[in-house]
Design a protein around this ligand. Structure first.
Ligand code: PGA
Length: 262
């Protein structure tokens, strides 16, 4: 696990965008796993800028999103379909047929989830998975105690997550769907590379437990300790509870140029 501490969310998001752009340039038909939420917004803005100003080409890129609320149609402004089109897809040249997001209106959840897993396999697997993290350590919508072996499936949100996401539902917890479809932790772990982003004080505890705590399904993101190529890109505030933060900085500052990805 590589921990990279950036001064603030903006500089971290720019680093993340450069990293993704590099993956796309090296492999124009790469498969990206994408996340929603507040965290990747600045990253998506920067990717859009790179597409418009630097011709970053998404024409062969294939995408798979982590999760979606069950019961929200694609055109509902609170759905992750809507979020992704609004904040990224409608501003870049990704082909609609290359975009995959779990269908919140599926009438057969089990078959849909199996098919989603098959599509990821058929695409050759995910080259780079972008992740945010919940205050409780969830990745995707894999809430605490989700199996490390889990695959794409239905999950029930915790009260914490419902409370935290109520901001997108008129601050009314009762309007937040209780069920979601999410890639599993096993699905995420199969990605060749993982980049987890976390910004702000509210993420400090989850980051400290993810990076320096025991491996535990109670903190789903801690599974990334077992991933061969996981990068944790955080700002100073999210890093504030890390015991070895000076070491992580020291390591990063001394990385050989040929091995520096940002
Ligand atoms: P956030 O959500 O980016 O809105 O903080 C992250 C998450 O819950 O995974």
């Amino acid at each position: 696990m590589e921990v990279i501490i950036s001064h603030d969310a903006e500089s971290a998001s720019k680093k993340a965008a450069r990293y993704i752009a590099d993956v796309i340039k090296r492999k124009p038909n790469c498969v990206l796993g994408l996340a929603t939420g507040s965290t990747p917004l600045a990253l998506y803005k920067e990717l859009i800028r790179m597409h418009k100003e630097e011709n970053l080409d998404f024409s062969q890129v294939v995408t798979f999103n982590l999760d979606e609320y069950l019961g929200l149609p694609n055109n509902d402004p609170r759905s992750y379909h809507y979020f992704m089109h609004e904040n990224l897809f409608s501003h870049i040249n990704v082909k609609p047929e290359n975009i995959h997001i779990p269908d919140g209106m599926t009438t057969d959840v089990l078959a849909f989830c199996e098919e989603y897993e098959n599509k990821i396999k058929q695409a050759g697997g995910i080259d780079l998975q972008i992740l945010g993290i919940g205050n409780d350590g969830h990745i995707g919508f894999n809430e605490p105690t989700s199996s490390f072996a889990s695959r794409t499936r239905i999950k029930t949100l915790t009260h914490d997550t419902i409370e935290s996401n109520a901001r997108f539902f008129d601050n009314d917890e009762n309007k937040v769907p209780r069920h979601v479809i999410t890639m599993g932790i096993g699905t995420v772990m199969d990605s060749a590379n993982v980049l987890l982003l976390a910004f702000g004080k509210s993420k400090a505890n989850a980051i400290s437990q993810t990076v320096e705590g025991p491996l535990s399904a109670f903190i789903p993101a801690s599974v990334l300790q077992m991933h061969k190529h996981a990068k944790i890109l955080i700002d100073e505030q999210a890093a504030s509870l890390l015991k070895l933060k000076d070491y992580y900085r020291w390591v990063y500052d001394r990385k050989p140029e040929w091995n520096k990805w940002l």
